[in-house]
Write a protein that binds this ligand. Structure first.
Ligand code: NAD
Length: 356
């Protein structure tokens, strides 16, 4: 089992160290190799995704990723910015299916900004298409407007596009996932305004014919954003495009108490996967030892289950996380009165102890 470990920038290095510690505490043999990515790679090699890092990622069974980015790189040309590393990895490895479970652990119902009764027992899965949509669509760029409201003025443009096979394969992933859960899929689109999402809706409806045991609803993205905070437990599996999924999954993170609790998996059709917390590099708290490592530790559990065939070890890690929460240990982002505030390393140590 070869794991490429790419900690990245900011809190990335701190939280990945804790996940590695947890993996090493299991009685399993891994080959782990670390490489720079993002701003760290730009500093070391002049590129956010050096060829050597990409080679390691391609050869690994799974990638454990921290986070990339820092405000100090905002002035760099776009291809050199740290965030291009994650986009490059998704594209190079064909990681089209992003799984973002949003689970509200019993002990954290009060850490959510929503009323406890709305989030208690929450367990939903957002499946976001990850290699298409406006984030990758060409053409894009800046130019002088030839028409529009202000001809002759500088303008910028991006292209939203999805092909039928891209929609078909993510729809199948969602229906298959729903079969293992509560058999309900909500497809989120903006078909009332966008051609791209009319095709999305049509194709998802067609694919659904092969999954008559799963219930399918369609919802416009603006309504979905509202329903997610109004009645989140009404959802089971949400499937949507790259941009809508990006926004909705961050919204869903607050249902769970903190973005520091939200793991993710990005898979290709060979089940090779990149596993990372749903949050970014959090430059505001980097180096302070206060970042919540649980999203990364839970991402490592998803890695064991989805890419490494070690479901039992994944269950053990998830049980250990529940145990430390039950012990009342909290990093500052999920702290509430009456619990014990701990730092990143202490939280990682507690998970290791709970495993034993
Ligand atoms: P962010 O997710 O890094 O931070 C948002 C807020 O959440 C901050 O207040 C931060 O302190 C907090 N937070 C995030 N993770 C936390 C954790 N584990 N524990 C406790 N608190 C946590 O988003 P941002 O501030 O918008 O972006 C910062 C940088 O991260 C930018 O450069 C952005 O491009 C990058 N980014 C990278 C990824 C990625 O690597 N996949 C994803 C999103 C953003």
């Amino acid at each position: 089992m070869k794991i490429a470990v790419l900690p990245g920038d900011g809190i990335g290095t701190e939280i990945v160290a804790e996940a590695v510690k947890v993996l090493n505490a299991l009685d399993l043999k891994f080959e782990m190799e670390t490489a720079p990515v993002g701003g760290a790679a730009y500093e070391a090699a002049g590129h956010p995704l050096p060829e050597s890092t990409l080679k390691l990622a391609r050869e690994a069974d799974a990638i454990l990723f921290g986070a990339v980015g820092d405000w100090k790189y905002d002035k760099l040309d776009r291809p050199l910015r740290p965030e291009q590393a994650i986009l490059g990895l998704r594209k190079a490895l064909g990681l089209f299916a992003n799984f973002r479970p949003a689970i509200c652990y019993e002990q954290l119902t009060h850490a959510s900004s929503l009323k406890p009764e709305l989030v208690a027992g929450l367990d939903i899965l957002i499946i976001r298409e990850l290699t298409g949509d406006i984030y990758f669509g060409q053409p894009r760029g800046r130019r002088m407007a030839a028409d529009g409201h202000f001809p002759g003025a500088e303008e910028a443009f991006d292209t939203m596009r999805y092909s039928r096979p891209e929609i078909e394969r993510i729809a199948r992933v969602a229906f298959e996932a729903a079969r293992k859960r509560n058999k309900r899929v909500t497809s989120v689109d903006k078909a009332n305004v966008l051609e791209t999402f009319q095709l999305w809706k049509d194709v998802v409806t067609e694919v659904h014919k092969d999954y008559s045991d799963v219930q399918l609803d369609h919802m416009y993205v603006d309504n979905a954003a509202m329903q997610l905070v109004k009645a989140p437990k009404a959802f089971d599996v949400i499937v949507t495009g790259n941009m809508f999924g990006d926004i909705l999954s961050d919204e869903a993170s607050m249902l769970t108490g903190s973005i520091g609790m939200l793991p993710s998996a990005s898979l290709n059709d060979k089940k090779q996967g990149l596993y990372e917390p749903s949050h970014g590099s959090a430059p505001d708290i980097a180096g302070k030892g206060v970042a919540n490592p649980l999203a990364t530790i839970l991402s490592a559990a998803m890695m064991l289950r989805f890419s490494l065939g070690q479901a039992e070890a994944a269950d053990r890690i998830e049980a250990a996380v529940k145990k430390v929460l039950a012990q009342g240990l909290r990093t500052p982002d999920i702290y509430s009165e009456g619990t014990t505030k701990v730092g990143t390393v202490q939280m990682g140590d507690a998970v290791v102890n709970a495993l034993r």
